[in-house]
Design a protein around this ligand. Sequence first.
Ligand code: MTE
Ligand code: HPA
Ligand code: MOS
Length: 738
Amino acid sequence: MPSNTLFAYAGLSHASHATIKSLDLDAVRSAHGVVSVITADDIPGLKDIGPVIPGDPLITKSSVEFYGQVLFAVAATSQSDARRAARLARVEYDLLPADLDIEAGRKANSYVSPMHCQQKGNVDFAIDNAPFSLEGKFASGGQEQMYLEGQVSIAIPEENGNMLIHTSSQNPSEGQKLVAKVLGIDYSKVTVQVRRMGGAFGGKETHANQWACLAAVFAQKTKRPVRLRLARADDFSSTGKRHPFESQYRVGFDKEGRIRGLDVDLYGGCGMSADLSNAIVDRAMFHIDNCYYLPAVRVRGYRVKTHTVSNTAFRGFGGPQGILAIENIIEQIATATGIDPLKVRERNFYTDEGNRNRTHYAQTIEQHIIEPLVTRLTETSDYYERRKDIRKFNVDNDVLKRGISLTPVKFGISFTMQHMNQAGALLHIYTDGSIQLNHGGTEMGQGLYTKVAQIVAREFSVDLSRITCTATRTDKVPNTSPTAASSGSDLNGMAARDAATKLKKRLCDFAEKHFSTPRSSISFNNGQIIVGKEKYPFEDIIKLAYHHRVSLSATGYYRTPKIYYDRETATGRPFFYFAYGAAVAETIIDTLSGEYRILRVDICQDVGQSLNPAIDIGQIEGGFVQGMGWLTTEELKWEQTGRLASHGPATYKIPAVGDTPSEFNVELFPNSPNTEATIFHSKAVGEPPLVLGISAWTAIRDAIASIAEYRVSPILDAPATPEQVLAACDHLRSSRAL
Ligand code: MTE
Ligand code: HPA
Ligand code: MOS
């Protein structure tokens, strides 16, 4: 931080739905250390920072739509002075009725954007004529990203009204655009830099911008650097989370457990604005099939408006919610037919046999990976043997019950907005032979900088230590997409490779002429450039090329081929390819208290040809545990006022080290290069493994079901908190008594 930095803080609403009768900021203005106070009227340019459509006021003016919304902001000479001052406002509200959950939003017929429907075949006919059918409801909760580093930005005013922003954001280009619009200046006058984030998990795809914009308004006004960092409780309350979902379904199936038709309505709880909810609910709809062929299907996606903070991206981006909805249906079918859930799953897998290979949005599944992957995992995890043991254990034990479950995942890779699937890179070679790399992707702990540096090192056949990856900056690579949709290395890796290829070609062209040697005799090998029979250190050829006036700097660019989606007809090929994985989880529950532990987890994940196995395994372990947290102990609770009660680690329980499965085996599916021409035939890994956490939830469900000999479906929504598990156990015990 520069030495004369001011500290900004936001004044937050204490009502969830209201009109503001009066806002008295006198006490704020006269508080100790306060230098500047701003309201909506002090914003020089754009006042609404909605990323896709308006709906997200930077500072709200006359109305409040969630508890924790920004009413004003204050800048002071210390962080504590700013925070204290921000609490001194006197606000009078005219309270309005608030819809705090999906049910209330639906009752009020309140949506942030229109319903979208994907349909294939004659659904009603298929379900009505199926041998069996079921209908039901299902709900899954939201989730806080809980990045270790909270939201934070520093705005530094520069000459000629320019602005430099350091921010913890997945989306520097969007930050640049919004800061420029809010300040009323050209995009080219704003530079956003992201060195790295202490975690993001989707929570900084759009929700980092507001804090950068507020800091920038103060910086422009006071001509001093301004930092805004949210305290954890306010970060919880005032930034978006994973969308909670509710679904209503009707499914027809045969006695083998094969699905004939599925009719499902998905309701995403969007909070007070659209933000990214259109794409998120779409992704849930795209994943309603998971790995299963649905002969006839209708899926409707509703974007429910509630008076809570606008929900946003969270690892999986709606995909996990869609997959969980169908996995619950599969479990219901398994209970109804009495067939092992794994068998039901396998029988429904996509396959080329009988043309059971087209999704409900008309993309053909070209590579059938899930079947061999699940077969392998079934063997390596000893699934059937252990299941037998568990059944026996459950007969012998009345209080403690064990459960086991395998769930598969198919996850579509690409932004579903076609234009976002592009990336750029900038590569310099200096005359000492060192290489400086820059690309549009941001580092949040997922290892992207390392992977892309490896790709460049491999292209030049030099040691990784020769490459320095500089901070992501909008003045180095412009107009970038957020680092999201798991596509960071796919997109930026390809762009960096493109830049490297250009420089290699220039060096080869030069060497060919300079040494009068055919191209075929020139190669890059282990820090050397081989020309005919001679071997030169890489840096020697670089120096030589420089003296012969060869440009040693290049940009790289990539756009994903083949993808499109026509939202009118709800068909297309939205995904370049799919990433697959499966997990087997084993649990033990205490049926008298509802407590449980996840004892053992075995995972097999398809990452194509891994760019970095250590990073990939780290992503798989972390993703699984985060998904397990979503479906077990992480529960968001709101008070009746709309205040978030679970706003810190004491009241919101993410998995801790001690919750890690004591046996945790992760394998990368061997010998499975991506058949699409991705970067070195690798596959994305960031989000898909989160969805494997579903196996923890289904394992708990399996353990509960043992109480009534697996004949009755436990009533279990997500998250399966100990309280929910206990209630489900009690319910099954009473059904057994009947
Ligand atoms: N891993 C860590 N350690 N921290 C994070 O914030 N974000 C996840 C995933 N893995 C995240 C993470 C999310 S939501 C996405 S989309 C991807 O990383 C983004 O990075 P990638 O595209 O480079 O995989
Ligand atoms: N995934 C993640 N982030 C996104 C997407 C997506 O499909 N679309 C827009 N932002
Ligand atoms: Mo990840 S939810 O696409 O940032």
